[in-house]
Design a protein around this ligand. Sequence first.
Ligand code: AMP
Length: 417
Amino acid sequence: MFAPVRGMKDLYGVPAKKYRYIIDTARRIGEKYGYAEIKTPIVEATEVFHRSIGDETDVVSKEMYSFLDKGGEELTLRPEGTSAVMRAIVSENLAQSFPVKLMYYGEMFRYDRPQRGRYRQFHQLGFECVGDKSPYTDAILLCMATEILNAIGVFDTKVLLNTLGDSETREAYTKGLVKYLSRHEDKLSEDSKRRLSKNPMRILDSKDANDREICQMAPLITDYLSKESEQYFQKVCDLLEKAGINFEIDSFLVRGLDYYSETAFEFKSTSGEYRDSVGGGGRYDSLLSLFGGAEVSGIGFAFGIERLMLLMEDAKFKEIAPKIAVIPVSESENEVAFQLLKSLYEAEISAEFIHMGTLSKKMKVADRLKCSTAVIIGEDEIKNGCFTLKFMNCENEEEKIKTVAKSDLIGFLKHIH
Ligand code: AMP
């Protein structure tokens, strides 16, 4: 017997229903905010991710599923969605005018250590607004993200917010950070030692316990902000406050990918047993131009769908929509039952055709399938132009059975459901 690959899961039952609900809800809300859907391939040229995410990030240096295809091309199963969307905006010439607002969802792949809420194949739901830089845009995006969370029933979350400033800010901050971290170099992990010269801000994102402790006393980016970045961030905070968004400033939030600048954020769950990040994103400058597009700024975020599913209540998704069991007593009634089934579907009524075994076996199947009503079709029913209805959950014996004329059946079933 084969099991799914480690860190990957089959999706069925309640989680499959939740998944669909999340996508449907996000799509509806996304459209309201002006986002159009895009589906990019799961596989991209490896260079797409190297170029945008950054070679020193964990995602690129350790977690990518990269391979050579039979033609010798270097390909990678996408570890995130933003890079592929940027590639598509340029290669499909989608930026006729700005902003370009796109949403996507689907499988992502990272060779990470599997645990609850962390998989090697997982799903993200993401939004990108490219070519529009303003604190208002950032605030509207966060309002949309919060609206999606609320609409799917994930209420107890807060936004951790930070700014990574503009390039001038990051240049000054990097100097201060390197000065501080160099004093602790001997205690840093091997990865962080290497990053000290190549990409020091990545050290703030390290999962190593020692690194994390050292970073706690590191200088804060907020002390290095340029005037423009400071004003920008202040305005974002003001707008979020006015919009009633629950946020908290976290000066160490740098996010796991290199391309962010200015506003960066993460959504964290604040109640229940799962308290990890459910999504994150931020503003990025120059990402589109890395793929040959215009030099414009953008902002985006992605939710981890598995994490959202963990936080949604199960109860609502266990409910089964009312369903009719169409039961011919014997084979002779199969054709009449088949015709009825067809007219039920045409009337948008859910139904099951239960035709195998004895009548009592058919009734048991109807029970197992949680049908609310059985429509029983026998010789007598055909002769009399009526159907016998059995209400499966009715306790009162007198009201459990009812005969309905053939011509009234659809109207009656629509009325009771
Ligand atoms: P990132 O693209 O790393 O910013 O991640 C955005 C969101 O995707 C996170 O907040 C998680 O909800 C989700 N996520 C990232 N990595 C994984 C993973 N390995 N398994 C499940 N969800 C993930």
